[in-house]
Ligand binder design. Structure first.
Ligand code: NI
Length: 373
């Protein structure tokens, strides 16, 4: 009997100790959660309350103009439009508003700027047709305008010395070397990738292209003459490569397309369903495999607005770029992606259209794209 009581007592003490420990842990957890919640409440308002505003996108429904924009192409003074009834204005009115799409400006509880320029606090902004501000190079009414990351128009930015270097058929053994050179000089390029080479050489280079601000293009899976493929096989060439690119590009496939050998048709452009690109300067680097002739092919007679074609799968090409890239920059060129080159030259890229180049000669010859062909 006595032994039983002792046993019970020990058990009771052990139970009490366990409860005390559990309580202590619970108090700590609750305190930690409380601190996290307090911190979030302090921080959340500065994040623009993105989550809370999902579903109150202002462009729900058709745009009803209260005051028409000065010009239809958005190159004049902004118009004023009526907000959808379902939209609430979350911040101060009049004032800047933010939703899942971007920044917009409410003039009142029920109106906003759209499709044109507006001066707010002595700064010039541009609002698109839906009323969101533009950032970066933006084509408006056939002209390129530059807006900084806050959407403020910068008339000093000059598009007159831009060039787009494009590299086909990779990734390959030397692509990361080329990415190092581009990074060293703050240059951007466009890479048209083959799916088969992403499989063979791995995605490291593709991840770097994505992270370092280069434009990624689709150059088919294994470089067939696509004019000889069925529509189904042509679509599969792009799809397979897009799936591979997406693995290393935040889940997104290629933004632009270049057909192998430049062999295209209207049907292939429809299947590509993105802006497609040819080139102004064919360096024939794949044929010469010679560093000096590659350098001359680019630097002799280079002109602003040109699209240069090279292949990053050759060591001689990447070697040549170690001279070409700093020399172009030395001559005052800015090396940009095809999207930037087009926008800075006032060209709004369309899906299913092939672009040839954006040099003065291209514009003079009316040879920018096959949109009107
Ligand atoms: Ni190719």
């Amino acid at each position: 009997m006595k032994r039983e009581t002792l046993k019970h007592r020990r058990r009771r003490l052990r139970r009490e100790k366990l409860i005390r420990n559990c309580t202590r842990i619970a108090v700590c957890v609750i305190a930690a959660l409380g601190l996290i919640a307090l911190g979030w409440n302090l921080v959340a308002p500065h994040l623009g309350n993105r989550a809370e505003q999902a579903g109150t996108q202002k462009q729900d429904g058709p745009i009803v103009e209260v005051q028409a924009a000065e010009t239809e192409d958005g190159s004049g003074t902004a118009g004023i439009a009526q907000l959808a009834e379902t939209t609430t204005v979350p911040y101060e009115v009049p004032g800047w508003q933010y939703d899942n799409t971007g920044w917009w400006y409410a003039l009142s509880n029920s109106t906003y700027y759209q499709n044109g320029f507006a001066v707010i606090d002595d700064k010039t902004y541009h609002f698109d047709q839906s009323g969101y501000i533009s950032t970066g190079w933006t084509p408006i009414g056939g002209k390129g305008y530059y807006f900084d990351e806050n959407g403020v128009y910068d008339p000093e930015r000059n598009a007159s010395m831009m060039i787009a270097m494009t590299f086909d058929d990779g990734p390959g053994n030397y692509t990361c070397d080329l990415l190092d050179v581009l990074k060293q000089y703050g240059a951007k390029a466009t890479f048209f990738l083959q799916g088969v080479n992403i499989e063979q050489y791995g995605g490291e280079a593709v991840s770097r292209m994505s992270a370092e601000g280069h434009l990624i293009g689709n150059h088919s899976y294994d470089h067939p003459n696509m004019l000889k493929l069925s529509a189904e096989d042509a679509a599969a060439q792009f799809q397979r490569t897009d799936n591979l690119i997406a693995q290393y590009n935040n889940g997104v496939g290629a933004a632009v397309v270049r057909f192998p050998y430049g062999n295209k048709s209207k049907e292939l452009e429809q299947i590509a369903a993105r802006p497609c690109f040819m080139w102004d300067v064919d360096t024939l680097d794949w044929e010469s495999k010679n560093v000096q002739s590659n350098i001359q092919a680019v630097l002799d007679g280079v002109e602003p607005g040109q699209i240069i074609l090279m292949h990053d799968i050759y060591q001689s090409t990447v070697e040549a770029c170690k001279t070409i890239i700093p020399e172009l920059i030395n001559r005052g060129y800015e090396l940009v992606t095809l999207e930037t080159l087009a926008a800075a030259n006032g060209v709004e890229l369309q899906n299913g259209v092939t672009y040839y180049g954006f040099s003065a000669a291209d514009f003079a010859a009316g040879n920018i794209s096959d949109a009107e062909e």
